[in-house]
Design a protein around this ligand. Structure first.
Ligand code: GLA
Ligand code: ZN
Length: 649
């Protein structure tokens, strides 16, 4: 069944209201809650002193009302006594100083001492609840970030990580190019995490930095795996997940979820309607990223329930229909669970203005009514459970490329992520299901792939893409592909390096125009304004699809098309606005013979299916009415409304 419910913090409320809260939850149709993820200080008020009575009690209340539970391990914030006794369990920042406790997320992920205490509290939880019939799943920690702790233990861990990657220190020196600026390491001890101010970061050796970011990701994954192993030891059948966010300091969730059963996502869409409709598909992108992390349906463990705020000024309140619409949108993109964050707005603590479903003691009000309506609507569509999105189209987007581009920005305003979003946006506007996956994934099940810069690349990646194209695939490769080897050093062969023969073109020269603009023209006369980056291309078997109009390279190819085996490879030497990507999406889908629908901008169409039926979910992600024709049928949608068409073909 579709899992619907809330995040709940019983430890913040008096016991007198637990029963009536849970009774109300059951009454309105909630079947799942998440609890516990920050409660260590209450579960273990002093070293080795455990107080589980309250958790036993609330779990029994939920069990009695037949509401299932996702139980969070509480490692994101340990009790203050632990930090006092063992200050080495606190992270050290890039300034070399130990973090002050008081907020959260300040645990050192590699500290042996921290892990010993974490293991003890997790085992205490498992002893009681590992086989409890109401525990549906476990969440490990909370929104883990990449581990950028610079303490001694993390320094050791980073050193071990790099020493396992290279045969010897001299190989490491060679691959990283440490001859530059007298950076040669003579002993492993000289290798440390990057200390210093943020503005100095980009002056550091990029090869070293990329390995550091790889370590930060692997280190978070290891911390979560350590927890998952403990849980599995007590109950091999249980489901293990962790809630991901979409933020700058994200770890590599592809890596993390390898060992996990389900990918989860915390879904806080923008509540301000962008004036230029600029980011209208941005939320769909984040949800497709969430689904792509395990390439299957995912869970939303936190869903927008009101105005956001606290450490930043509050956002506007969601418009009527918006909360419900955004929850449906997540289901449309593959969510099988939606838990709203949170049941009741907090009365105390730093997050009292990150709003829950209602404000006072009693559940009521506009947002609460809308939530109940969402529960009523979803009840009729429980048959969506067991359906999934099948996609012939993918956008490649990965942690590693992202990090490499962050380490070395390419031109003013150049953004790898924006290019991935633009490619996704173009495909969304054509009404096709889009997967967003890492380039390390299997690619053969797709017919169309768009890849923003594959900056870090080797022959094996090129080989996989070549096979994809030769077998009939249609590939679009973005600018800045094939620039670096796996060690984040520049290759010397002409660009796009390892992709040159697939593209049938090479980069003669490039112009990092940054915020400047250029124009390009297609053979059919269509012109587009472009920006950020211009590769001046030379065809080597490919044909020029579009050429530049301005500057000294007017007339030179900007986009090429190469026929290879049964497929085609397009190379995009520049960055356009969304109209260019729509043009390219249309072209590529037609070449692949994939059915497309031209939807009004802001309308999203996805198809969830099982062996028997296909369900089209059509969502109006705008604050205006939309009327259009889809498969000869007139469809009108109110703002943020979703329509489900059963038996869509
Ligand atoms: C994140 C966290 C939650 C809470 C919300 C709202 O998603 O996981 O604990 O802090 O943000 O701020
Ligand atoms: Zn550390």
């Amino acid at each position: 069944m579709l899992r619907l419910g809330v995040d709940y913090y019983p430890e913040h409320w008096s016991r007198e209201i637990w029963e009536s809260d849970v009774r109300e939850m059951a009454h309105i149709g909630i079947n799942t809650v998440r609890i516990g993820e920050f409660s260590w200080g209450i579960l273990e008020p002093d070293d080795g002193v455990f107080r589980f009575e309250w958790l036993d009690e609330i779990i029994e209340i939920f069990a009695r009302h037949r509401i299932d539970i996702i139980l969070g391990t509480p490692t994101n914030c340990a009790p203050l006594w632990l930090y006092r006794k063992h200050p080495e369990t606190l992270q050290v920042g890039r300034d070399g100083k130990r973090t002050e406790p008081g907020i959260r997320g300040h645990r050192c992920m590699t500290s042996r001492v921290f892990r010993r205490y974490a293991e003890r509290i997790i085992r205490e939880m498992l002893k009681r609840y590992a086989n409890h019939p109401s525990i549906l799943a476990w969440q490990t920690d909370n929104e883990p970030e990449g581990n950028h702790c610079c303490c001694e233990s993390c320094t050791d861990s980073f050193r071990t990580f790099v020493s396992n990657r290279y045969e010897s220190l001299s190989e490491l020196n060679r691959k990283w190019g440490t001859d530059v600026w007298s950076g040669t390491y003579r002993t492993w001890e000289e290798i440390r995490p990057p200390l210093g101010a943020d503005y100095e970061y980009n002056w550091l050796n990029p090869s070293y930095l990329l390995d550091y970011e790889r370590w930060a990701a692997a280190s978070s994954a290891d911390f979560l795996r350590f927890q998952a192993d403990l849980i599995r030891e007590s109950n091999p059948e249980t489901v293990i997940t962790v809630n991901a966010c979409f933020a700058a300091n994200m770890p590599d969730y592809h890596l993390i979820y390898k060992d996990f059963d389900v990918a989860s996502y915390d879904n806080y869409p923008e509540v301000r309607i962008p004036e230029d409709q600029g980011n209208v598909y941005s939320q769909a992108f984040a949800l497709d990223v969430a689904r792509g992390r395990k390439r299957k349906n995912f869970w939303v463990l936190e869903q927008l329930a009101g105005p956001k705020g606290c450490w930043s000024p509050m956002t506007p309140t969601p418009l009527p229909g918006m909360m419900k619409g955004y929850a449906w949108q997540a289901i449309a993109r593959g969510a099988d669970m939606i838990l709203f964050f949170r049941w009741r707005s907090a009365a105390r603590g730093a997050e009292m203005f990150w709003h829950g479903l209602f404000e006072g003691e009693k559940p009521e009000g506009r947002r609460y009514e809308e939530f109940k309506e969402f529960l009523r609507e979803t009840r009729a569509w429980d048959k969506l459970f067991g359906t999934e999105l099948k996609s012939k189209v993918a956008v490649l987007y990965s942690y590693e490329q992202n990090r490499a581009f962050r380490i070395q920005g390419q031109s003013e305003g150049f953004s790898y992520e924006d290019q991935a979003r633009l490619m996704h946006d173009g495909l969304m506007a054509m009404g096709v299901n889009v997967d967003v996956i890492s380039e390390k994934e299997e690619l053969d099940s797709y017919q169309v792939i768009m890849a923003p810069g594959l900056f870090i690349a080797d022959a094996s990646l090129a080989g996989r893409l070549e096979t994809f194209v030769r077998k009939g695939g249609i590939l679009l490769l973005g600018n800045r592909s094939g620039v670096k080897d796996l060690f984040n050093a520049r290759r010397l062969d002409p660009l796009p390096g390892v992709f040159r023969s697939i593209c049938g073109c090479s980069v003669d020269e490039y112009d990092p125009i940054g915020k400047g603009t250029q124009r390009l023209r297609f053979a059919d006369g269509e012109t587009f304004s472009v920006t950020s980056w211009c590769d001046i291309l030379k065809t080597e078997g490919a044909t020029a699809l579009a050429t530049y109009e301005d500057s000294f390279y007017a007339g030179s190819p900007a986009i090429t098309e190469n026929l290879l085996g049964n497929g085609r490879c397009y190379y995009l030497g520049t960055v356009g606005d969304r109209s260019l990507y729509r043009y390219l999406a249309r072209l590529m889908l037609d070449r692949a013979g994939i059915e497309r629908f031209e939807l009004p901008y802001g309308v999203e169409l996805s198809v969830r299916e099982n062996e028997r039926t296909r369900y089209a979910l059509i969502f109006n992600n705008t604050d205006g009415d939309q009327v259009f024709v889809l498969e000869q049928k007139k469809i009108s949608l109110r703002p943020f409304e979703v329509r489900i068409v059963e038996g869509f073909d």
